[in-house]
Structure formats: structure tokens, C-alpha cells
Design a protein around this ligand. Sequence first.
Ligand SMILES: [Zn+2]
Length: 333
Amino acid sequence: MLFVAPSGESVLIDTGNPGAAAVRDADRILAAAQDAGITQIDHLITTHWHGDHFGGLAELASRIPVKHFVDHGVSVQANPQTDEFFQKIYPALYSQAAHTIAKPGDRIPMTGVDWRVVASAGEVLRQPLSDAGRPNPYCAATQPQNPDPSENAQSVGSFVMFGRFRAVHLGDLTWNKEMDRMCPANLLGTADLFFVSHHGQPISNSPALVHALQSRVAIMNSGTRKGGQPDAMKILHSAPGLEDLWQVHFSLLSGQEYTVPGVFIANLLDDQQPSMPMAPMAPPPPGPGVAPPPQHNGTAYWIKVSAQTDGSFTVTNARNGFSKTYRNLAETN
Ligand SMILES: [Zn+2]
């Protein structure tokens, strides 16, 4: 996710997948940077130390200057590749730049944009943001899930204010951490744009978060077989005030029953089926021996959001050119 302020200052959240995919994903990020007219990344937030979030970091940093690295600190999940990256490769990168271990309440400095860190390293900001702090009526319908000891719960979460426009990005933060932040009082308030958490998986995206935000638009960074399961889609489709859900990829886990119209989806499968099954596909079980996910190595399309300080914004699907403007209703009425 690349954010660019009118000043030209930029924040990139996460860098894509490891291994052979690192070059592919760095290419995609650089294409977005070029489209935005920037020649450096001012702040790179790595939400957490899972491969799909930091795998392209070294590749990207070798191809565009990164001025400031932000993360939650050391990984809580032992993993030889992550540990080697954290001990050797990452320090060599941030020693040439600035490095911040984020704490809830921190600000990322950006002219004209108030960027607040609201979660990091398993801690959430306990003070309400500006006008937030009212009792959250959606807590009653949200039961806690099993504790999540993984890196997901450590995610750096951001609340971004640009004039009257507000956006929320919580990385892969999981359900119970959402409740810490949102129950019994909603300490985030509302947001125009919700970047759906955790690729649209149902171990995140509680009603206490998704329904209380009252977002007009949600954008889901789903994979072809990651996120978009029925339980998460039902919560998104029933979110009060949500006008549209946009998706980075079509997910087989939605099927026709739960997916959004294709016009709101940026990327299809490389091997597109002639017809879409009505039923959602069950997620593959974890562990070895699972068939590889369907590939999407072909042309990648982004979803672009252009926001104004009056709170209005336009969302565009780069694949088909479909575009929709969400006007500030208070101004037009
Ligand atoms: Zn992830």
C-alpha cells in the first residue's frame, strides 16, 4: 500500500512476498511509485514479520532509496529465515537511514497528513482519537476468538487523517486485538476508507471493528485463495454505511455467492475459468502436501484512491478503468 501526500512525501506499507516473488512484487511497487511520481520512500512501515509482508523488502530497498524504516520490533515467532533477515540484512539497511520501533500513539511525520500509529507489538492505543470514545454497540455481537500468539497480533496499525478524510490500515491484526481497541468504547471513531484487515480472513475483521468504523468504502487485499471466506464477507457485506467493497484479487474462497461484482476486482486469475462456481471453495488445510495456489504472475493492476481534504474521494480500478467518486455528502446537501 503506497500513500503519497500532496507534498510528495510517501509512506509504503509492506513489501510483498519472498523468494522468486520478491522481484515480481518489487517491480509492482516500483511501478506504483513511478505512477505517483516519487523517487524515494520516505517511510516504510513493515506491519509484521510474515513473509508476505516483508519478503520483498531487501529487493525493493536495493532499487529505490528508503529513508525511514518503521516496525514493531523483534519477531515473536522463531523462524530461521526471518531471524537471519532481522539479525543481518535489515540492520544493514536501516543503519544507512532512520529506524523507529513504533509504539501506539506515535506519529509518522508527513506534511498535511496526521498519521497515527494505533497498534504495535501487541499493544493498542488506549486513548480515543479526537472525537472517538463512545460506547460501541457492536461489541455485544462480537465474541472473543482463541488467543493469537502469532506475528499477526503484533501488526503495526495506522489511522490516517488528511483533512476530513480518514483511513484505517491495521495490517494483519487479529480479532481479539481489534476488540482491545474497539470494546467497550470505540477508540478509533469512524473512517471513510477501511483497508480490510488480514487479506479479508475471518480471524480478523470483527463486527466490533468493521461495523463500528461505518466506512463508506472497504478495499480488500485478498489473494486468489487467501481471504474472502464467507464468514468475513458476511460481516463486510452487512457493514452499516458501506457503499462498496473493492478487491485486489478475485478469491476462489468467495465463490459467486459471496464475491463482489467483477467490476470492483482489480486482478483475476491467470488461468481464468469460463464460469465461476456458485459455492465458495473451502480453504486448503495448512501444512505440506497442499496443491500450490493459482498463480497471478501476469500483469498486475492496482486500485487507486485519490482523496480530497473535504473528505471526498475517488476509487479507480486500473484493470478496467472503472471509477467511482464518493462525495462528501455534508457538502453536497
Ligand atoms: Zn498477511
